[in-house]
Design a protein around this ligand. Structure first.
Ligand code: NDP
Length: 336
């Protein structure tokens, strides 16, 4: 078993706890806190569900403000091709939450055998439709359709997913862009947990275009030192142990163990993996082994209830940002 020497981290952890207002335990030596019993978990749970609820209520206010001041109701179009069951659930939630925020929701469901040119045609129609301020084409698309072509057919000003090559380029050179939703949600949760991120060493596990790479760009912009790890990284546990912030976006259930985490570090678990539980039913777990990691981390997101709920909230926020840019008006106070 890997044996960690926690003592070098003890002082850091003490100040970390103090900034979190954990005063009552400060008479203890920090080392005692690190070596606590399993039922004495000290991690702060980063409650993405509650944060997303608050964000959605601000978004609702922002929508009312746009309507009252400018007679604008933002519109979000979501396109689903095929029968992928996870995608159907996501699209239903997106439509419901769009309507609950007071925005217009346009849903387009196309059959599995839709051709690439038919989908291009629909996206071009949505690009021209002035009622539609944001367009999201649910991924993955069926094999006969080139996803990259579809993503880049979306008008960049309506690219609320932030996957268009121009949005990606703008993000990477640090200028205004529509930011991909899950990475934007991770950043909000991190800032809530840590505050100023300047100088923090972040290790991101995963280099996908939709999570790992944009998260890295966002954290660079926040003046973090960023390491991006992936399937070819040598000695990933050691790399993780250097991190003040670990972001896991891998797709491997419970891969990141507690002894990979530096005591007091902040852990953001992006993973959503469905696995069988002891009774044979299925349950959702993240890419982090929550039970062991929460014994060591200073703050950690749960799965479910962490990053997941932030994604749709950030999508709604992007729709408002896109609307305001298209109409060349200021962002409503509620979300600025
Ligand atoms: P991808 O499959 O596109 O990317 C996974 C990344 O993890 C790759 O860069 C891959 O490396 C790396 N990786 C895979 N296995 C290992 C390993 N054993 N060690 C180190 N790195 C490894 O996944 P996504 O980025 O799309 O998604 C990641 C996770 O986040 C999934 O669980 C997904 O369900 C979840 N997710 C959650 C969202 C939310 O709303 N909360 C939204 C999007 C995704 P390499 O590049 O070398 O292959």
């Amino acid at each position: 078993m890997h044996c960690l020497d926690f003592s070098p981290y003890a002082e850091n952890l003490k100040s970390h706890l103090e900034t979190r207002g954990i005063q009552s335990q400060m008479s203890m030596h920090p080392f005692d806190l690190i070596n606590r019993q399993p039922d004495n978990t000290m991690s702060t749970v980063i409650d993405g569900k509650a944060f997303a609820e608050t964000l959605r209520s601000r978004i609702k206010k922002a929508v009312s403000e746009l309507q009252a001041k400018h007679d604008i109701v933002p519109g979000l179009a979501v396109v689903l091709v095929g029968e992928n069951s996870a995608s159907q659930i996501y699209v239903r939630s997106k439509a419901r939450q769009t309507a609950e925020a007071g925005m217009q929701s346009f849903e387009h469901r196309l059959p599995e055998n839709t051709s690439e040119s038919e989908l291009v045609q629909l996206v071009e129609e949505l690009n021209r439709n002035p009622q539609v301020n944001g367009i999201l084409v649910q991924l993955p698309l069926p094999a006969q359709i080139n996803s990259e072509r579809i993503i880049n057919t979306v008008n960049v000003n309506k690219d609320v997913d932030g996957f268009h090559v121009e949005s990606t380029g703008r993000l990477s050179i640090g200028i205004d862009s529509l930011v991909p939703c899950t990475p934007a949600g991770c950043l909000m949760l991190l800032k809530q947990a840590v505050g100023d991120l300047t100088g923090q060493h972040a290790v991101i596990i995963g280099r996908s275009n939709i999570v790992g790479k944009p998260v890295a760009q966002l954290l660079l912009k926040e003046h973090c030192t960023v390491t991006i790890a992936h399937s070819r990284t040598r000695d990933l546990p050691s790399a993780c142990r250097q991190a003040d912030i670990v972001i896991a976006a891998v797709g491997v259930p419970e891969m990141v163990k507690g002894d990979w985490i530096k005591p007091g570090a902040t852990v953001i678990d992006v993973g959503i993996n469905r696995v069988a539980d002891n009774s044979g039913k299925s349950k959702l777990v993240g890419d982090v082994d929550y039970a062991s990691a929460s014994e060591v981390a200073g703050a950690i997101t749960p799965v479910p209830g962490g990053v997941g709920p932030m994604t749709i909230a950030c999508l709604l926020q992007n729709t408002i940002i896109a609307t305001c840019r298209q109409r060349q008006i200021k962002l409503p106070e509620a979300i600025s």
